[in-house]
Design a protein around this ligand. Structure first.
Ligand SMILES: NC(=O)c1ccc[n+]([C@@H]2O[C@H](COP(=O)([O-])OP(=O)(O)OC[C@H]3O[C@@H](n4cnc5c(N)ncnc54)[C@H](OP(=O)(O)O)[C@@H]3O)[C@@H](O)[C@H]2O)c1
Length: 309
């Protein structure tokens, strides 16, 4: 039984995916104005009514009973966090994770802020976060799979929006201002543009990846320079020297043979170097369906691991 904490673009797509591909049941749904609960799980017509409810409208949908989040804990095993990131302090999600974990639930999240700010607190607890970095591309699994090798560094193009803007300038000849306007018009830029354009999103993903590799990098350690176009082959690169504990997100003019250049438009790329290996992954970095499928993969894993406990 699942609780959805957040019911926007990704939350609604996840409901469609869960309904069409699994037998899993959803017992509660919350948005910014409250939530509804049905302990036995919502039936198909109730799910359809929820999907028809406007943003902020689940508690007035007439489905289930209006409920506080803590009430929903007693009839679910997994809470899925698809609420917006708050990079100031991670709240309210951090408090939600603490109380849900205390009540015995597992957490599956697409929200980067709680882990980027408090990874160590949630390390070793049933918190699954594959959807936070490169969504449809399981790079978190890769990082976890490299544990045991001494990690040396990470380099990546971890934000699709800024890579799209730079690619439109570099490959299609748009001015930086026009490419930025286009990305905004297409809805690619976060409501708070600093999250993309000042490197917060890429920095958060870098921190999560470093911690997945076993290195306690914090968000405050990542130096950030805002997005700019410096000339041909400019990329907004997130990089960490994991031995020195230094990290930054900044625009860099890459050399003509740099493998990161093949990440174009909204494609992401990451390169992880360890004492014995250099691994490179390219793939989609976001998208509602891609993110929902990553969440579903983690939900199924959380359920499997709960059965084994
Ligand atoms: N979109 C992607 O491709 C993508 C990819 C990877 C990760 N993510 C992450 O996934 C999360 C969801 O993204 P999204 O695109 O679905 O965002 P969204 O469309 O803005 O939806 C956010 C949802 O969270 C709800 N919410 C806000 N504050 C809340 C609170 N205090 N308690 C409960 N619910 C609250 C909102 O309520 P209202 O409906 O009332 O506004 C809305 O339903 C974000 O953390 C995002 O960074 C997204």
């Amino acid at each position: 039984m699942l609780i959805l904490y957040g019911f926007g673009g990704v939350g609604r797509t996840l409901v469609e995916v869960v309904r069409s591909r699994t037998d899993l049941k959803i017992s509660a749904v919350f948005d910014s104005r409250g939530g509804v609960l049905k302990c036995g799980g919502f039936e198909k017509p109730e799910i359809e009514a929820l999907l028809r409810s406007p943003r902020g409208g689940v508690s007035r949908s007439g489905v289930g009973s209006p409920a506080a989040l803590e009430e929903a804990f007693r009839c679910a095993e997994v809470l899925v966090d698809v609420s917006p990131p708050n990079y100031a302090d991670g709240e309210p999600a951090v408090a939600v994770y603490r109380s849900a974990l205390k009540a015995g639930l597992s957490i599956v999240t697409a929200n980067k802020a709680p882990l980027a700010l408090r990874f160590q607190e949630f390390e070793g607890k049933p918190v699954y976060y594959k959807a936070t970095v490169m969504a449809g591309t399981p790079v978190v699994d890769l990082a976890l799979g490299l544990r045991g090798q001494r990690p040396l560094g990470i380099r990546g193009i971890l934000n699709g929006t800024t890579n799209y803007i730079l690619s439109r300038v570099d490959l299609d000849g748009l001015s930086f201002a026009d490419a930025l306007e286009e990305a905004k018009a297409k809805g690619y830029v976060e409501p708070d543009p600093a999250i993309d354009l000042e490197g917060l999103d890429a920095a958060a993903k870098l921190v999560i990846l470093a911690n997945a590799l076993g290195v306690g990098l914090s968000l405050g350690q990542v130096r950030r320079e805002p997005l700019r176009y410096l000339g041909p082959r400019t990329k907004y690169v997130a990089e960490a020297d994991l031995e020195r504990g230094t990290a930054r997100v900044s625009p860099i003019q890459l050399g003509p043979d740099d493998p990161l250049l093949s990440a174009r438009y909204s494609t992401n790329a990451v390169e992880i170097t360890t004492e014995v290996n250099e691994v490179r992954v390219y793939g989609k970095g976001a998208g509602r369906l891609e993110t929902s499928l990553a969440l579903l993969n983690d939900v199924l894993r959380a359920a499997r691991e709960r059965r084994c406990r």
